[in-house]
Design a protein around this ligand. Sequence first.
Ligand SMILES: [Zn+2]
Length: 323
Amino acid sequence: MSTQQNPQLVRESVAEFAASVWSPSPATSRPRITYEEVVWALSEIEASPRATITRGGESVRGEPIWKVEVEPPDGAPEATTFVVGGIHAMEHAGVAAALSLLRRASAPTTPWRRHRLVAIPLANPDGFRQVEADLAAGRVRFRRHNARGVDLNRNFPVGYRRVDGAWRPLSRLQSSGAGPLSEPEAQAVDAALASCTPDYAVSLHAFGNWIFLPYTGKRQRPAGYSELVRIARGMADRQPGGGYRIAQVGRLAPVIAARGSELDHMYDTYGARAFLLEIGSGPRPFRPKSWLSPYAWFNAEEPQFHSDVERAVAAVEHLAEGA
Ligand SMILES: [Zn+2]
């Protein structure tokens, strides 16, 4: 699966891995959260007696894709919620939100009293690291894909369609890979879903302040649509600073319909009540400087970044209350 062998793969735990991870020292700017900080956050979460961290797979370039499971403190779990972050390379707000959810779930005063939380907080580590390297080197780039140039948000089986026009810019943007689950990162997400059969599932993206409901790839309403809307409204009602808008992507506009998304896969293949959150409001109208930095579209500057992340965390924690 991987052409470059990563020597870290022989290592056992995230704590051991953390000791050898480094982030480039920036010449110009650093991401809101570095790869090093992601791995250290995981090793802190692993210290909780209720948390287990295992290798859920490895990326094209051989980086570990960590799967975290946090058991509830109050006896056998009544439900399982699955969370995935960092499908798209630049959307670090989703990774930060997934880690914040895990930190809070594994703390003694967890809101997840009777729910198991399972997460892949960083599904696309190669893309994440590439963005970090771009920022450190002062390169202004838009990045979305994995190391093979595939949009993982188009690589799942439900509604999958082969898009591979390497010579056409728009097709390249939505490159869906050689076939459904052709990419190791999508395989890791699928394997985690299969292992936990979630009642609820959330994918964390940026930006737009939306809660998206299935389907992303077609106009048809999902069978459980009214229940999904009810839960999404509960999520939005908990959000400090106002709730996200709620919509079905597949009905918004044909041009943004997304075939082969993880959202439709989580809903149709695994039967989870599934949601996709778009964190943050995107480019600021009165901050023209940020217009020129794609990274800033997806990840607001501090302290806004932190409050954007907390707003998403509040929405997902609605599920802990037995939505
Ligand atoms: Zn995204």
